[in-house]
Design a protein around this ligand. Structure first.
Ligand SMILES: CC(C)(COP(=O)(O)OP(=O)(O)OC[C@H]1O[C@@H](n2cnc3c(N)ncnc32)[C@H](O)[C@@H]1OP(=O)(O)O)[C@@H](O)C(=O)NCCC(=O)NCCS
Length: 174
C-alpha cells in the first residue's frame, strides 16, 4: 500500500467492481489500452486475475496492479500496473489509467509518481518503460511530466484492436 496526499494505492478486491466498471467500460478511456470496454462480469473476472497476481516483482512475468482510492470518498478512480519484463536487465513496464470523471486533476501524476518512486527502490528494478500509442498525446505528456525520457518511436510495434499501432517508448532509470 502506498500513500499520496489524496490517494491510497492499494490492491483491488471484488468490492471495487462497480468503481472499476465506470472506467473499464468507458470506450474513450480504453481507446489505447489493449482491452475492449468491459461489462460488470468481465470486470469481475479481471479482478479475479488481479487477485491471482504475485503483487511483487521478483520473477520475470510477475505483475502488480494497485487501485487508486480517493481518500475523500473511498472510491477507486484509477489504477497502476507494472510487470517485470526482464530479470537480468531489471526492466519493468508500467501503465496507468484514470476514470474519465477525474481527468485533469493531477491524480494520475500523483499516483504514478508514487508508484514509480516505489518501483525504483526495488532491487529487481533498474529501468522502467512505458509503451504509449503515438495517438495518446495526453499519456505521453504525463510520462514527460513524470520525468520519463522518450527513447524512440516504433512503427507498427503493437497490433491492438484490429490495427497496427505506432508506439513511443518512454523510460525512467534508477
Ligand atoms: C493519460 C491519463 C492517465 C492522464 O490522467 P489524468 O489523471 O487526467 O492526468 P493528470 O491530471 O495527472 O495530468 C498529468 C499531466 O498529464 C498531461 N495530460 C493529462 N491529460 C492531458 C490532456 N488531455 N491533454 C494534454 N496533456 C494531458 C499533462 O501534462 C498533465 O499535467 P498538467 O495538468 O500539469 O498539464 C488519462 O488521460 C487516461 O486515463 N487516459 C486513458 C487511459 C490511457 O490511455 N492510459 C495509458 C495507456 S499507455
Amino acid at each position: 500500500m502506498l500513500e499520496t496526499k489524496r490517494l491510497w494505492l492499494r490492491p483491488l478486491s471484488q468490492d471495487d467492481a462497480d468503481d472499476l466498471l465506470e472506467y473499464h467500460s468507458d470506450e474513450i478511456v480504453v481507446r489505447y489500452i489493449p482491452w475492449e470496454p468491459r461489462s460488470l462480469e468481465s470486470v469481475r473476472s479481471a479482478i479475479e486475475q488481479y487477485l491471482a497476481l504475485p503483487m511483487a516483482l521478483h520473477q520475470e512475468g510477475d505483475s502488480v496492479v494497485l487501485g487508486w482510492e480517493l481518500k475523500a470518498s473511498g472510491k477507486i478512480i484509477g489504477q497502476s500496473n507494472a510487470t517485470l519484463r526482464s530479470l537480468p536487465d531489471k526492466t519493468a513496464d508500467v501503465g496507468w489509467v484514470t476514470s474519465r470523471h477525474f481527468w485533469r486533476q493531477g491524480l494520475a501524476f500523483e499516483a504514478t509518481q508514487a508508484f514509480l518512486g516505489h518501483l525504483l527502490t526495488l532491487s529487481s528494478i533498474h529501468r522502467i518503460v512505458a509503451n504509449i500509442d503515438t495517438r495518446n498525446a495526453e499519456s505521453a505528456r504525463l510520462a514527460e511530466k513524470l520525468g520519463m525520457r522518450l527513447e524512440g518511436e516504433f512503427k507498427q510495434a503493437a497490433y491492438t484492436k484490429g490495427e497496427w499501432c505506432d508506439m513511443w517508448l518512454y523510460s525512467a532509470l534508477k
